[in-house]
Design a protein around this ligand. Structure first.
Ligand code: IMP
Length: 455
């Protein structure tokens, strides 16, 4: 029996999100028959610039901007139907054909009470820590700094089962009504106790009516996407998986508890789409040339000075989803190497390299020191990682504007050396380098191990 020749690839972030995955997916989408989201929800924000026009996508896969591509929202995604419909409407108004969007009947629904629960938990935890808890408690119990999009509570209900609503339920009015009656009673009791005075209970009938309306609009797009993807594979059609959030935010392998609530590494592809892991033969790990993080949790290389401010401004490091300024730091190769291992990266794409232009010195973390012990191993535990001091290696920076470079050889010597060091340390070849937000501002290093073996 020959090996299955069908090509399936994945694009996955190797840091804390916002690596520029959307641009890469958009660049590659034309070669694939389907682009599939398998995790997360409207917490993700993918910015894609096409022909000078910027598109901000949260739930719709970036493949929608490629006319030959089906954009698939897999079962592992949690879908806020109101936001999704808004996004579809915006895309339509800008002339994008949204008929190619398909949604799994088994994706879970983010309901208004999930968003209220997310906000109430965050509020409760941050006020608990502000008012009177001692220092140890403050460190142990603290708000995650979520996007308040209801992601955690929706995934929690998926695991709880009896209080979950799936996309397929939106087109079964009787089932939906019965479930929402029961669920709203329970949520009102819980949320009423957390929020206390001023809490406005959720009206089951109102939500049911709203969701039935959403169901009617979404009905033509709802399918069994596991079978759809299997059919495509059997036809020999290539598929691209688009990771949302990133490996450092993976609920099992990230900096827990400061993570999102899904398997946002490449490991989430199987459960989140129904496509078995052996079918995926190329995993592109996307790495920003420096580090950013939004929300709480440790970030060993974080910068609190004017260098960090400069990178934030030049890199426009403000959240696409929440507008929050992102925390900025030097490139953390200890974290990237670990993420490349967990996600099984077969190649790297380095993004926002242009943002580092003008820095006279570049630093990269190549080990951590804890209590005097130095190790190259990452510590995937949010509390333990708080104590890690990065061991920083210094490299000379580059001053040239590189946004017009289209080949590796056109990059300044110091920028090339920076790329070489990344692939040498991580042990995975760099095949793509992004030097600006536009599709064209991309260097494709086609030859295998290009950057490793050339100068
Ligand atoms: P949640 O996913 O909204 O529950 O947020 C959990 C944590 O993950 C927070 O620190 C968020 O800021 C972070 N997060 C979630 N999605 C993204 C993303 O796409 N980019 C960057 N950070 C994210």
């Amino acid at each position: 029996m020959g090996q299955n020749p069908v090509h399936a690839a994945a694009v996955v972030g190797l840091q804390w999100g916002d690596e520029g995955k959307g641009k890469l997916v958009d660049l590659l989408a034309g070669k694939y028959r389907a682009v599939v989201r398998y995790n997360g929800g409207a917490n993700a924000g993918h910015s894609v610039v096409v022909g000078g026009e910027r598109y901000s996508l949260h739930l719709v896969p970036s493949g929608i901007l490629s006319p030959s591509c089906e954009a698939v929202i897999g079962n592992g995604v949690v879908v806020d139907p109101l936001r999704l419909l808004e996004e579809i409407q915006t895309l339509k108004s800008r002339g994008v054909d949204t008929k190619r969007l398909v949604i799994s009947d088994r994706a879970h629904v983010v309901m208004p009470y999930h968003k209220a629960e997310d906000a109430a938990r965050e509020e409760l935890l941050s006020t608990t820590t502000e008012s009177g808890a001692d220092d140890t408690t403050k460190k142990v119990i603290s708000a995650i700094g979520t996007t308040k999009r209801g992601i955690g509570p929706a995934y929690a209900d998926k695991i709880n089962r009896s209080t979950a609503i799936r996309i397929g339920d939106l087109v079964r009015a009787d089932v939906l009504r019965t479930k929402l009656d029961m669920i709203c009673g329970l949520k009102n009791a819980i949320l009423g106790a957390i929020v206390g005075e001023g809490f406005e209970p959720f009206d089951a009938e109102e939500i049911t009516t709203q969701m039935i309306e959403c169901g009617k609009e979404l009905a033509p797009m709802i399918k069994d996407t596991a079978y759809l993807l299997d059919d495509l594979r059997k036809e020999g059609q290539p598929i691209l998986f688009e990771g949302a959030n990133a490996t450092m935010l993976d609920v099992d392998h990230g900096t827990y508890p400061f993570v999102t609530s899904s398997n946002s590494s490449a490991l989430g592809i199987g459960p989140g789409s129904g496509v078995p892991p052996q079918c995926i033969d190329q995993i592109i790990g996307v790495v920003k040339a420096y580090s950013t993080r939004v929300g709480g949790g440790p970030m060993p290389t974080e910068l609190f000075d004017s260098i960090g401010d400069g990178i934030r401004e030049r890199g426009r490091e403000f959240g696409t989803t929440t507008g929050r300024p992102r925390r900025v730091g030097w490139l953390d190769l200890v974290a990237v190497k670990y993420s490349a291992m967990v996600s099984g990266a077969t190649e790297l794409c380095i993004t926002l390299l242009d943002v580092l232009a003008g820095e006279p010195e570049l630093k990269i973390a190549t080990a951590y020191s804890i209590d005097g012990n130095t190790s190259e191993r990452f510590i995937p535990d949010g509390h333990a990682l708080e104590h890690a001091e990065p061991v920083l290696e210094s490299m000379p920076g580059f001053s040239e504007d590189i946004t017009a470079a289209r080949t590796f050889d056109e990059l300044p010597t110091n920028a090339k050396a920076y790329i070489h060091r990344i692939e040498e340390f991580v042990g995975v070849p760099v095949r793509t380098i992004s030097v600006g937000p536009d599709r064209e501002q991309t260097i494709m290093c086609d030859t295998p191990s290009h950057a490793v073996c050339t100068n």
